[in-house]
Design a protein around this ligand. Sequence first.
Ligand SMILES: CC(C)(COP(=O)(O)OP(=O)(O)OC[C@H]1O[C@@H](n2cnc3c(N)ncnc32)[C@H](O)[C@@H]1OP(=O)(O)O)[C@@H](O)C(=O)NCCC(=O)NCCS
Length: 177
Amino acid sequence: MTVGTPGSEIELETSRLLLRPWRVAEAPVQHELWTERDPRVPPHRRIDADGHPTVAELEDAIRTQPVWSTGLLAVERKTSRDVIGYCGLVDSGRGPAAEPELAFELLRRVWRQGYATEAATAVLDWARASGYERLWATVWDWNTASRRVLAKVGFTETDRKEVDALHGTTLFNTRRL
Ligand SMILES: CC(C)(COP(=O)(O)OP(=O)(O)OC[C@H]1O[C@@H](n2cnc3c(N)ncnc32)[C@H](O)[C@@H]1OP(=O)(O)O)[C@@H](O)C(=O)NCCC(=O)NCCS
C-alpha cells in the first residue's frame, strides 16, 4: 500500500483490485453509476431532469478533487484493467470530527462477487495507516447488500438513526480501527 502524502499518488492493492485516484477519462464510469442508482436514493444523488451531472461536469470534478488522506478511489480490476466503481473515505461531517465515513458503490454488472468487501478491507487498512482510530458508515435500512458488506468488514450498528419518511431510515454504523 502507498499511503498518500502531498505529491504522491495513493494506490491500494488487493488480490484482484487496485484502488487509486480517478482519471478524467473514467468520468463515463461515474456517469454510469449515477444512472444506475436505486430510485429510492434521494434526488440530489441521481441524474436530474436536465441531465446533470453530465460527463463533462464529472470530468471537471475529477480534475479538481485531490485525494490525500481521504477520498473516493477508483476500483480497477487487475486482470481486465476496467474500473468498476469506487471505494474510499469521505469527510461527510455527519460523524465526529476526524472520523471519516467509509463509502462504496460498484456497477451493477459486478455485484455479488465480493469486490466491495475486498475493496473496503483495503480502505480500512489505508484509514488505519493514515492515523484514523474509528470510522463511520451510513446506510439506508433497505440497502441489504451494503449492510451485509459493512457487517462483513466489522462495522456494528449504533443507536443513531435518522428517519426520512420519503427515502427510508439512515442507520449509523461504526468500526474501531
Ligand atoms: C453495496 C455494494 C457496493 C455491494 O457490492 P458487492 O461487490 O456486490 O458486495 P460483496 O459481493 O462484497 O458483498 C455483498 C453481500 O451482500 C449480499 N447481498 C447482496 N444483495 C443482497 C440482497 N438483495 N439480499 C440479501 N443479501 C444480499 C451478498 O450475498 C453478499 O453477502 P455474502 O458474502 O454474505 O453472501 C453494491 O451493491 C452497490 O454498489 N450498491 C449500490 C451503492 C450502494 O448501496 N452503496 C453503499 C451506500 S451505503
